[in-house]
Design a protein around this ligand. Structure first.
Ligand SMILES: Cc1cc2nc3c(=O)[nH]c(=O)nc-3n(C[C@H](O)[C@H](O)[C@H](O)COP(=O)(O)O)c2cc1C
Ligand SMILES: [Mn+2]
Length: 473
């Protein structure tokens, strides 16, 4: 089941009964609030806002698009009926085999149905929400792709950076750090005394949304990766003003120039559930043209309090799973992340002394901002936090089985790095590695399980689940 664009994807989500339509909500805090509350509910519906307060009917916002495991799988072209850990494994395997599929130029580009140019540009026509209570302003781009061309190689980078609206024709584009491909490309133009042409693509299809989040190597285009996810090339057209390639079926595109002149950006609520900084200088984009489909749908993906996350399958855990296998760690039963990536769990079938620690160290090294790394046996489901806590409290002796690694990979978004350290530019933290596996040396003598095995529990579900009337866990 593939989709051509965001609209087709919404249609598929609707068929699963997972689209909730909301009329009359206020983009000032309320749409953000509804989005966060809905994302925290067990059914976690996707939300399609229309008749937004203060805006023309038909100018819509879609949120929580891929926040559930089911919809994240659907976006990846993976069976949405799979159990989450099986879906993540399917993605891990699929990701390893993906070969980039170059985008194709098409004549019919719905994104160019409507346009505003030059002095007519008025971003105030689009419902950009103020997502969180103390945000510095409205964000038209919370899940939008920023397209740029490398001036040397012509490589097209298209990844996600947030976009705040400051005036009718001015926005800022925020790079978390100078290693972002967008920051690297912009710098090349600025060093030559030139502005950097840029297109902000909103309402892209979810494969592009996922590609925009993935760490791809410099020189590799997110368009090619999105095409590979879908198994069909992303259809593009030339943006009239900047000549940048833009998805022909995107909903809203802003074109213009990013300049070294800066505006104060933020603050913006982060995925940790906190603000990371106050207002800060950020490169500004002069918007020279805007194009949109009739009745456009803005794809909103605000950061929310954990465990809510943009993607209901922890994609970075799939990368760690691959890293483990590439490094030669065998018998990995699963990898998962909880608390919006801030906790990593690896399940392994222990084969030798040190196997669990080896897995834990590799996982810790690759856990961005994750203070807590737990290794469990294969009978524990790493995607089930209650199961993981059970293992931690029954198989781990803290005096023997925990290690702390210092000065490890975090970021400026980390709320627990002391202010003085942040002022000195420190972005590292320490990581706790918890070995919650049965001690290898006496694993065979560990108390026998009285609990149902996973297999027995599934067999019971299959036979008696209907009578119990409960959804499958
Ligand atoms: C919804 C969402 C919003 C994001 N916002 C930002 C942002 O504002 N700034 C940033 O530098 N990275 C942001 N990221 C992370 C980057 O998109 C991601 O790390 C990407 O791989 C960077 O691409 P690049 O390697 O082409 O620079 C965001 C990711 C998601 C999923
Ligand atoms: Mn990139």
């Amino acid at each position: 089941m593939s989709y051509k664009d965001l609209r087709e994807f919404i249609g598929q989500v609707d068929k699963l009964g997972a689209v909730c339509r909301i009329e009359g909500a206020d983009p000032l805090h309320e749409i953000g609030g509804i989005t966060e509350v809905a994302a925290g509910r067990a059914d976690c519906p996707a939300l399609l806002f229309d008749n937004i307060k203060g805006f023309a009917p038909g100018f819509r916002i879609f949120t929580n698009s891929t926040v559930s495991a089911q919809r994240a799988a659907l976006a990846l072209g993976i069976d949405p009926a799979l159990r989450p850990l099986d879906a993540l494994k399917a993605w891990m395997v699929k990701r390893q085999k993906l070969t980039p599929q170059a985008p194709v130029t098409v004549g019919n580009a719905p994104v160019l149905e409507n346009s505003m140019r030059g002095g007519d540009v008025d971003l105030g026509r689009f419902p950009a929400p103020v997502w969180h209570r103390h945000d510095g302003g409205p964000y038209i781009g919370s899940g939008s792709i920023v397209v740029m061309r490398d001036p040397d190689s012509g490589w097209i980078n298209a990844s996600i950076y947030r976009v705040q609206v400051h005036a009718m024709n001015r926005v800022t584009i925020q790079f978390d750090h100078q290693g972002r491909h967008g920051a690297i490309i912009a710098r090349k133009y600025f060093d030559r005394g030139q502005p950097c042409p840029v297109a902000v693509v909103n309402g892209e299809d979810p494969a592009l949304f996922i590609a925009g989040f993935e760490y791809l190597p410099e020189g590799q285009s997110e368009y090619g990766f999105a095409g590979a996810i879908k198994g069909s090339a992303v259809e593009i057209c030339e943006a009239p003003a900047t000549k940048l390639p833009i998805p022909a079926h995107a909903e809203i595109v802003l074109e213009g120039n990013l300049t070294p002149s800066e505006l104060l950006e933020g603050p913006f609520g982060e995925f940790t559930g906190y603000y990371a900084a106050d207002k800060r200088p950020c490169p500004a984009m002069d918007v020279s043209a805007v194009h949109w489909r009739t009745d456009p749908i803005l794809l909103g993906s605000p950061p929310m309090k954990p465990p809510r996350f943009h993607f209901g399958l922890p994609f970075r855990a799939a990368s760690i799973w691959s890293n483990l296998e590439t490094a030669g760690v065998t018998h990995v039963a699963g990898v998962w992340q909880h608390v919006s990536q801030l906790m990593t769990v690896v399940a392994i079938e222990q084969r030798y002394a040190g196997h669990a620690k080896r897995a834990g160290l590799i996982a810790a090294a690759n856990s961005y901002m994750g203070r807590l790394v737990v290794v469990v046996d294969e009978d524990v489901d790493p995607s089930n936090l209650a199961d993981v806590m059970w293992a931690m409290t029954t198989r781990c002796e803290p005096a023997e089985n925990v290690d702390i690694v210092r000065d490890a990979w975090s970021s400026a978004l980390d709320p627990r790095i002391p202010p003085e350290a942040k002022e000195r530019g420190i972005t590292s933290h320490s990581k706790l590695i918890v070995d919650a596996c049965k001690p290898f040396a006496w694993k065979e003598r560990f108390p026998k399980l009285s609990a149902l095995s996973k297999e027995d529990a599934r067999a019971i579900e299959d036979k008696w689940g209907k009578v119990l009337g409960q959804p499958r866990a």
